[in-house]
Design a protein around this ligand. Sequence first.
Ligand code: UT7
Length: 331
Amino acid sequence: MIKRRAAITGIGAYVPDAILDNFELSKMVDTSDEWIMQRVGIKERRILKDRNKATSYMAVKAIGNLLKKTKTPPEDIEFLICATITPDMHFPATANIICDKTGLKNAFSYDLSAACSGFLFALETGRRFIESGGYKKIIVVGADKMSAITNYADRTTCALFGDGAGAVLLEPADNGYGIIDAILSVDGSGAKNLHMAAGGSLMPATHDTIESGLHYVYQEGQAVFKFAVSKMADVSLEIMKRNDLGHDDIKYLVPHQANLRIIEATARRMGIKREQVMINIERYGNTTAATIPLCLWEYENQLNPGDNLILTSFGAGFTWGAIYVKWALQS
Ligand code: UT7
């Protein structure tokens, strides 16, 4: 008997209209289009400018797009996971706010915090709920308003991030397609290299923390870079090996979009050709939990049922992983 799997049966996404390009950035800090393109590969990023709108706003838009595309009544959704590190508030969970605003009256929900690996961690969680047999319709949304925690006076980080949201619908599939395998890892000792120091219980907000810029992303770029390449390549090769997949069996590698050089080095180390890699970093930058669903959303028309995809990510925590998906959706 074929095992019940969780399949991605729809994708929706949202990015804000406002564009912050390298030219604009070079008026804010000492940087240039040339440096950013050469070192990171980002041309522009989207920014949610309205101060009264937060991560839930983008997630609600992405889910609205998803429900419309899949013709799914909101009340059919049983469970929603929101992967984010920029929740609207510390509590309640942003996922709960999203359920309220999208009419998911019959869903329970929670947030999941795994930074750039958030979408993969949430996808694996949703997959297991579907495989349990207890749930038939789950939404996984990755959404981050990175502009809320980015210091636009710090040239080492402000060029990297953008805002956006991407959502997928998970449903049971009995035809052998869907999410086949996952390997997820964390190493908490990496917290020193990439974090936001203040605002939590360790360092509640004070005048001092604000004046010292401790409510912004802090990153030791080079240390993170090295880990990102080796971890994403190694875990992707591991999942390919244990599923007997050769390079030519892979339709697309879907890597987290943090730096074009990281993406290219990962693909090189894996022996994967550039045309087998989903890339859209040039237009959106690093949207943290949203990068992978934004890629799937943009490449959806190029995918066919049975295509093998390797989703991989690396981010703050450290967190990293790979998920093997046999694509189920006819575009
Ligand atoms: O998604 C979460 C995981 N995050 C990542 O995967 C990001 C990993 N790291 C990176 O992508 C890269 O390390 C960065 C893009 C963050 C930085 O690139 P880099 O090639 O590692 O540059 P660097 O930090 O070694 O800096 C080289 C120089 C420095 O100047 P000095 O000290 O040599 O004079 C920086 O101050 O480049 C300077 N620099 C810039 N110059 C112009 C740093 N940022 C900029 C900038 N414009 N925006």
